[in-house]
Write a protein that binds this ligand. Structure first.
Ligand code: TRP
Length: 332
């Protein structure tokens, strides 16, 4: 078995869209890429979480592979990070069952994501309720010190910590209690058409959302037609100028330059100048990711082989934890 002396990290992204958006890229993927240097990193595509709401099987299969391709195209290196698909590691649902049996109905039904999602569905699946136990299993199997997630997953991480502590107390030291590392930028990238709302795959109009796989033409169009604010001064002021501030945040994230420097560059210039430049920067930084994704998707067998190898590594580690848990709860 491969052992690493580096601290461990685990995170997952759901396979529910053809393209990840800029918020995923800046908020999550870029951090995943940074962490793979300093951590023994496990990143997976949460296809089992995806079916907690209805999914078309053809779409799900395609989106799983597309998400994997985007992970790699954005810089995750299968030699450094373990990249895998959740359903290829059976210990996830196996541990989830044990954790479900230590989670109360009250705890599960208090989760705000469950309340929001179930309010929007006509048919509420049991899986939507047990979703956080599966997420806790995803994490606890690998005993990570740190789990990078968006702000919307904070409560699920709290529950994961509680379940780990509860299990350890009842059955003896088993799990590392992981720290959440809340990804600040995910919360900070807003819809281009409606800068009051987070950039998200569930927003009705794709015009406000920058997809990682957008071509140069639509990227440019979306940025140029972004909603800006009254006045004409380019300043960072999320309250008074949410549209321009959002563009500045994106600019800063893609160039790794401080917002203040960018604002100084645009003194006396107009919104249009900023948009033209940002469109160019976005095309330049995202085009290679798009091209690499397309290349990877042309050789599905090779992509699947990378995922199989990732699953084999994940299985090795997950199996050890699961065996320990099964033993502790008294499974013969
Ligand atoms: N629920 C997470 C989301 O929608 C995805 C996810 C599933 C996850 N399992 C995880 C994230 C384990 C971190 C760790 O964003």
């Amino acid at each position: 078995m491969t052992t690493s002396s580096l601290p461990r990290t685990v995170s997952g992204i759901q396979a529910t869209s053809d393209s990840l958006h800029l918020g995923n890229f800046i908020g999550a993927l870029q951090q995943f890429v940074a962490h793979q240097e300093s951590h023994d990193a496990f990143y997976f595509i949460a296809n089992m979480h995806a079916i907690t709401v209805e999914q078309d099987p053809t779409d799900l299969r395609e989106r799983t592979l597309r998400t994997a391709a985007q992970f790699i195209a954005a810089g995750l290196d299968p030699e450094k990070s373990t990249i895998f698909v959740q359903s290829q590691v059976p210990a996830h649902p196996q541990l989830s069952w044990v954790l479900e049996c230590t989670t109360s109905m009250g705890e599960a039904s208090r989760m705000t994501q469950f309340k929001d999602k179930s309010a929007k569905q006509e048919h509420v699946s049991l899986g939507l309720l047990t979703y956080p136990a599966l997420m806790a299993a995803d994490i606890l199997l690998y005993n990570p010190q740190m789990v990078p997630v968006g702000e919307d997953q904070r409560q699920h991480l709290e529950l994961t910590r509680n379940l780990a502590e509860r299990f350890n107390y009842r059955f003896g030291e088993t799990f590392v209690v992981p720290e959440a590392q809340i990804l600040k930028a995910t919360a900070k990238i807003y819809d281009l058409q409606n800068p009051g709302a987070k950039m998200s795959k569930s927003l009705p109009s794709p015009q406000g959302r920058i997809d990682l796989l957008d071509d140069a033409k639509s990227l440019t169009k979306k940025i140029k037609s972004a909603v800006t604010d009254d006045g004409k001064e380019i300043a960072y002021d999320p309250q008074a100028k949410p549209g321009v501030s959002n563009l500045l945040t994106i600019y800063s994230s893609l160039t790794s330059r401080p917002v203040d420097d960018i604002v100084a560059d645009y003194e006396g210039k107009m919104y249009g100048h900023l948009k033209v430049d940002l469109a160019e920067i976005a095309v330049e930084s995202l085009a290679p990711v798009r091209e690499r994704t397309e290349e990877l998707l042309q050789d599905r067998a090779q992509l699947q082989a990378i995922l199989d190898a990732g699953a084999a590594k994940a299985n090795e580690i997950a199996e050890v934890t699961l065996r320990d848990v099964y033993d502790k709860v008294g499974f013969v």
